[in-house]
Each structure stands twice: as structure tokens, then as C-alpha cells.
Write a protein that binds this ligand. Sequence first.
Ligand SMILES: Cc1ncc(C[n+]2csc(CCOP(=O)(O)OP(=O)(O)O)c2C)c(N)n1
Length: 380
Amino acid sequence: MASLLGKVAAMIDPIAWVEAGQAEGATLWTGVPCSYLKSLIDCVISHPQLDYVPAANEGDAVAIAAGAWLGGGLGVALMQNSGLGNAVNPLTSLLEPFAIPMLLLVTWRGQPGGPADEPQHELMGQITPGLLDLMQIPYEILPADEQAALDCLRRQLRRTRAERRCHALVIPSGRFASHPPTPALEIKPLTGVVPAPTPARLSRSQMLQGLLEIWGPGDLVVATTGYTGRELYALNDRDQHLYLVGSMGCASSLGLGLALRRPEKRIWVLDGDGALLMRMGALSSLGWVRPDNLVHVLLDNGVHESTGAQSTVSASLDFCEIARGCGYPHILRWSRPEPLEIAGLTFIHAPILPGIAAALPRPKQKPRQVADRFRGVQGL
Ligand SMILES: Cc1ncc(C[n+]2csc(CCOP(=O)(O)OP(=O)(O)O)c2C)c(N)n1
């Protein structure tokens, strides 16, 4: 039975399959590999019209694909089912409230009744469909027959877009025919120069006020969850602001997907030290892709202000060195906002004083409305 399954499974041509996805608008593919997807990933990487963004974590891949949709595209986030656990937070607290569509490709290691697998996949193999059900993510199991698999992909991409909710394909062993392996990803030299540390002089509110003066009318701003988004909202609520709620640490990945989709726009990501630390691996994807139009501003108050000002370990490390080491070509430190000619991917470490204005309002609009406005201001 297993060999029979293997034979049938080898019949999906990955090129035809990804091109069927491309015809439905899925042009940004991102994820963390699984051996079941080897030929598919090789095919996407070598495809001249598709973008593949190597993510460090499946949750980051979800945020990157979400950013692509917020910029008018459609993303595919691919992962081993082990990685579903890494993605639960953005799946539930980013895609759901903002009603963001995307297709998840989730392999099915440890499939009950499937090929013998390693012990670490056994439990996840048993609960993969149940976990998707629990997260209210509709899914289909990818059929082995090529035509049926093409139809299934098209159907799920149309549904995710029409319903504005994430859909998934669960992919059993051996579905895709082989594809020539791609060469290793390009090695990009580190060119960033780290400036000397600068002390915190301003509050976040003052820093945001200065940024509001710097931002042009066409600039898009993604604010991390918690007080940063709320403080920005309190100062000035504009359609080009996206206030994240939840998905802590995902702002920069979302900004990456957005920047790739909207190369003509300047994208500003406002991050917090706690949030950046939570998903520090995301910097590796930004630093490798190096979108020319993204500025990643870290408002570093040294604490998790939003949850009661518990210290982070930010004072014991150097975010600029980390950004440089991840490949950011431009690195600045700001005591106060300064006019900026953006010459490529830029990291700005902005140490700020902890503390907030007395009571911060929450955006009156629901996250879905915030997403609608954010797309609307781009003419989408
Ligand atoms: C996955 C996850 N864990 C914990 C929280 C609770 N939480 C919300 S905001 C926040 C602190 C964020 O810290 P930082 O990024 O430094 O921003 P600040 O609060 O200082 O503005 C925490 C821990 C959350 N929203 N999501």
C-alpha cells in the first residue's frame, strides 16, 4: 500500500502546481521547509516570477504572507505540521481579527496509517486535523491525483480570498514529483556599520510625534501590539497606520511581506524591545531579503510596558549589532527623530524613556476595519 501511495503521489508536477497558484494570484511563498515539500520549495525558489522568502519560524512566515495581502497580494505559508505550533499565535491573533486570507501548506508527518515515521511526529500527526479544526481553519487533504490536486489548490485559493479567512492544505507524504535542486541561497556580505550607543532622552510619545512629522502622506506604518499602537492612535489616527493587536513580534515580518508587495511605498515598522526579542529570528529574513523600502524602528524602553513594565533583557544586548549581523545594511541610533533619506533597509535603535501618558485609548475601529482602511489608502 505504501509503495502504491508513493507511485501515485509522485504524479503532481510542482511546476504546474505552483503556476496554477500563481494564476490565482499567489505570488509570495514563504515558510520553513519540510522534506515532503523539498521539490515544491526548490521549484518556487527557482521560479522567475515567484518570490520565496525563507522564514526562520513558521509564525514569521504567516506574518510575511499576511503583509503580502495587506499590500494587495496573496501569500502562501508552507510548513511542516510540527511548525503549526510555532504559528498558532499569528494564526489566531493576526489572521482572525484582521480577516486576512492566505493559504497554509501543512505537511502531514506522522499521519496515522501513513508511512512509518519518527516518534516526535506521532502525536502531532494524530492531532494535525484536529488542531486546524480547533483554530477554525478550513482545510482539505491534498489529493494524489494531479488534476485533482490542481483543482484543490485553485479552489482553496479562491475560497481564502472570497471568505477572507485562512485556508489550509494538509499534504501527505510523497505528493510532489521531483524537481532539480536549486543552488544554495545567495550569500550576502554584511555591510552595516554600527554607530556608538546613544542615551534615551525622549518618551515614546515624543518620539512618535517626531516620526509623525517625518512620515510622508504615502508612507505606510505598522505598529507593534500593545502601547505602541495605542499611543500612535492617540496622537494621530490615520488610514495608513496598521495597529497590530496580538501577534507579538510579528510587525517586522508583516512589514517585510508588505514591502515586497509595495516596493514603491516606504514601509515603517515600529517595534518594541520585548516584541523584537520574542521573534528575533525574523531579523534574519529581513536582513537577507533587504527590501529597499523598509525602515525598522525599535522603540526600546527596556521593559514590557504594556503588561506592567517588567524589564526585558534589552539593556544587556546590542540590537544594532544583531541587526548588522543579520544583514541590515543601514543602522542608525536615534535620541530624537531625524529627517531620513532612505537608502535601503534600515534599522533604527531608538532608546526611549519608559512611561506612558495617563490613559491610552484603544482604536475605536475593529482590526478588520483597520485592515480595510490600510488597504483602501493604497487604492486596494
Ligand atoms: C505571544 C504573546 N505573549 C505575551 C503577550 C502579552 N503582551 C502584550 S504586549 C507585551 C509587552 C510587549 O513589550 P514591548 O514590545 O517591549 O512593548 P511595550 O509594551 O514596552 O510597549 C506583552 C508581553 C502577547 N500579547 N502575546
